[in-house]
Design a protein around this ligand. Sequence first.
Ligand SMILES: Cc1ncc(COP(=O)(O)OP(=O)(O)O)c(N)n1
Ligand SMILES: Cc1nc(C(=O)O)sc1CCOP(=O)(O)O
Ligand SMILES: [Mg+2]
Length: 214
Amino acid sequence: MKKSLDLSLYLVTDPQVAEGNSFLEVIEDAVKGGVTLVQLREKDCSSREFYDKALAIKHLLSSYDVPLIINDRLDIALAVDADGLHIGQEDIPYDVARKILGPDKIIGLSVENKTDALRANKLDIDYIGISPVFSTPTKIDTAPALGLEGSRLINSISKHPSVGIGGIHLQNAASIIASGSDGISVVSAIMMAKDPFRAAQELKQIILKAKDYE
Ligand SMILES: Cc1ncc(COP(=O)(O)OP(=O)(O)O)c(N)n1
Ligand SMILES: Cc1nc(C(=O)O)sc1CCOP(=O)(O)O
Ligand SMILES: [Mg+2]
């Protein structure tokens, strides 16, 4: 059965964490602080390392009932029986991913402009990542930043739930919800925080408050 999806606070991992913190502890603290979904994103490691990390995180998240999404790698998602896969416009096509993963897995797709959003409306995806809302040093090969206007436009034409991604932190998290998204997706605001539990807790409070105003 497909895991229920709460996009409110979506943590996308990065192997780099603040000094003194360990990768798995950051993820666990962030989940304890209110993260509702975790994506394992690895760009520079071996397949074996990716697999081992995915297995460890899956084990960790199973006690919190938080779904694990794998970035890019359909093979790893299958190998660890992850809850889903996130694909971008240059990744494996949606149809192939759905055919191999089946109807019970979560599939997320990055949407970088209006055309992507209209195409995505024809797909049975579970959410879109509005990509990027603000520019970010975390990922340098992004499409141009959409801004809040772009995020609002995409949400107005999309039939799918959405998260904003790119440059999101405590000060602008509420504006993402106000632009019509169901949640925020962050890397550095949690992975690089000295206290990831507190960072997640503060972001979550802001999101829940912003949702109350919707
Ligand atoms: C939630 C979410 N949204 C967008 C992305 C970006 O995916 P993609 O464009 O495939 O880029 P990479 O992350 O693979 O570099 C994402 N990962 N998560
Ligand atoms: C993984 C990712 N994808 C993006 C996109 O726009 O598609 S931006 C991004 C990194 C977001 O990192 P931070 O929260 O540190 O700004
Ligand atoms: Mg990708």
